[in-house]
Design a protein around this ligand. Sequence first.
Ligand code: IPM
Ligand code: MG
Length: 363
Amino acid sequence: MHADIVLLPGDGIGPEVVAGAVAVLQAVAERHGHQFTFHEHDIGGIAIDRHGEPLPAATLAACRQADAVLLGAVGGPKWSDPNAKVRPEQGLLAIRKALGLYANLRPVKPHAAALDAAPIKPHLLTGVDMIVVRELTGGIYFGDKTRTAADASDLCRYSVVEIERVMRTAFRLAQRRRGHVTSVDKANVLETSRLWRDVAARIGREEFPDVRLEHQLVDSMAMHLLSRPRDYDVVVTENMFGDILTDEASMLAGSLGLLPSASLGEGKVGLYEPIHGSAPDIADKGIANPYATILSTALLLRHSLGLEQEAQCVEQSVSDALDARAFTADLVAHGVAPLSTQQASVGIVQRIRERSAVSELRD
Ligand code: IPM
Ligand code: MG
């Protein structure tokens, strides 16, 4: 197949991890007979520097034309002045909103070889396999903001339609998994959460009676995520709770550098990005973990291009690399030499070539 893929490397370690992921996509194309055309555009801090705005019109127009978008990360100290009018993060929020990407899928499945890197006891982690569905275009992130010398406010607002559509995404996923949805809110305090809970219950009852729905308050969820992570299948929550809980959940996988994400809406174009940020402290050192971005390409192949076999090939290659302890600095045990970003990426490219060669022999 032919696919147009827009690359938005962004800031910090973004360009390094995206370069690794592109090499992987090229290997997939070569070995499986596809043609991927890459179009690179600016977003975030680099776009502010070059074009004066974090989401230039040309970037957005290219994304609208594309089959899929692969993003690295945005932000950094250079653009972090709290009084600045434009910030790199606005570019990310604007693109999610403009493309209507309301459902952010963040799978969390610790890999056996990376358990040592996790700060949680290994026996709690075996068998953990959950997917967090984070609402991505509503809530406090997008409500009206005000600021005076004396106070500030961020409005949190959710409509029924916004909750319904992300709930359906979560329930549909659960139907294909273990049939269990945990909806996370703060319904004992927040009105938006009470609406969230009511809509979750109605959608569950009326449209997905085969799926078990459980409600959980976000504070206790933060605790249970660490004490009994195995109990969760699909977790669905609003924008800010999802942001916080998924950074916490990444510790189950051993490193923030291992968690991919897919942002999807009703349209055909999806946006794929690691859940980690731009990590300015390690930028340009060539030591960032590229696996989260590489695993995001697997989600891209699956959700935007419908290439399930190729997606599994990428995931299996990362899994094999982790088995072989092909670790970057974030995962490596003390005293062992870590791989560079490039070495780790090249390792995955080689595994993809070998895997496809083996399957060709079998065919
Ligand atoms: C994420 C990030 C972003 C968010 C930031 C960079 C705006 O933390 O994707 O989780 O809060 O959504
Ligand atoms: Mg975040």
